[in-house]
Design a protein around this ligand. Structure first.
Ligand SMILES: Cc1cc2nc3c(=O)[nH]c(=O)nc-3n(C[C@H](O)[C@H](O)[C@H](O)COP(=O)(O)OP(=O)(O)OC[C@H]3O[C@@H](n4cnc5c(N)ncnc54)[C@H](O)[C@@H]3O)c2cc1C
Length: 286
């Protein structure tokens, strides 16, 4: 396979969630030298999900952990190289690309950005307070506790339902008049006696308690909770682009590319981007 002088990799994939693993597997199987760089654990956000009921091919559902283990095994089988680290910036260098990371620069002919999304930051949150961004915290760590989830979409509904299995009480706080989650999830929430849904509600400030947080809300009394899970204001995580459009040779995929926020959609979009990237490499990066 032709490689340009001085370039270590044909492609670097940033992010090891469903989109990145699918893209990396496709390109590695096509015979490309591919490096995936992941700041956390392989599997991405999907790794922390409980039972995924809507991924095709698993009629009884499959846990995020088991599904992502399969993705990872398949990627490794085709020789995808993986490096742990935070990618900081992507730029063009000569006729290729350079990804700067905590551990130095990585040269490649093409880059795939599969970095998912980030949720809104809560500036009022006191440092050290337990403010999480969902899906990664195990519900059983909150057994018997009162917790709050901020957000009215599908991710917030999933998180509230997962927490409700162990927590004593879950407050679901959202700004709009109605939850945006699909009817099935709304029905499940309504059936849960330990979930309180607060519509048209904003968190105005967050204070710290010895073992938790106190939330001042735009309506009603303040809430004392062990933890607040922020699943609102989801935005593509594109900080590696430094606010600029993706340069030539850089392909976006999955949640980072605003694909519908589902594991199957992220995987499919990773495949699409990898196929585009393969055509680009085949054409000599023209
Ligand atoms: C609470 C919740 C419940 C959900 N439930 C479902 C469900 O039931 N069914 C379903 O289909 N979908 C569900 N989703 C959505 C699903 O998790 C996402 O759509 C999917 O994980 C997106 O895949 P991705 O690969 O695009 O991004 P992600 O899975 O977010 O992966 C992105 C990866 O990039 C890494 N990364 C980011 N920036 C950098 C960087 N600079 N350097 C190195 N690595 C970086 C991150 O660490 C992460 O591993 C849920 C999401 C949430 C939050």
């Amino acid at each position: 396979m032709a490689r340009m002088k001085g370039q270590e990799w044909d492609a670097v994939v940033i992010g090891g969630g469903p989109a990145g693993l699918t893209a990396g597997t496709y390109l590695a199987r096509a015979g490309r030298r591919v490096l995936l760089i992941e700041r956390g654990r392989l599997g991405g956000r999907a790794l922390g999900l409980g039972l995924i009921e809507n991924y095709p091919g698993f009629p009884a559902g499959i846990s995020g952990r088991r599904l992502m283990r399969r993705f990872t095994t398949q990627a490794r089988r085709w020789g995808l190289a993986v490096r742990r680290g935070l990618a900081l910036h992507i730029g063009r260098r000569g006729d290729g690309m350079i990804v700067s990371s905590e551990k130095g620069g990585i040269h490649a002919r093409a880059v795939l950005v599969c970095t998912g999304t980030r949720f809104v930051e809560i500036p009022e949150a006191p440092s050290g307070g337990r403010v999480g961004h969902g899906a990664f915290e195990r519900a059983r760590d909150f057994r018997g506790a009162t917790v709050a989830v901020l957000g009215g979409g599908e991710a917030a509904a999933h998180q509230a339902l997962a927490l409700a299995k162990a927590a004593e009480r879950v407050h679901l706080l959202h700004r709009g008049p109605f939850l945006k989650a699909i009817p099935l999830l709304r029905r499940r929430l309504a059936e849960r006696r330990n979930v309180d849904i607060h519509a048209r509600c904003r968190v105005e400030s967050v204070g710290r308690l010895r073992d938790g947080l106190t939330l001042s809300l735009s309506r009603g009394r303040p809430l004392e909770v062990r933890a607040l899970f922020v699943l609102a204001g989801q935005q593509p995580e594109l900080s590696v682009l430094g606010g600029r459009p993706a340069p030539r040779g850089c392909f976006l995929a999955g949640d980072a590319a605003s694909a519908p926020r589902q594991v199957a959609a992220a995987a499919a979009d990773g495949m699409r981007a990898a196929m585009e990237c393969e055509r680009y490499l085949e054409a000599g990066c023209a």
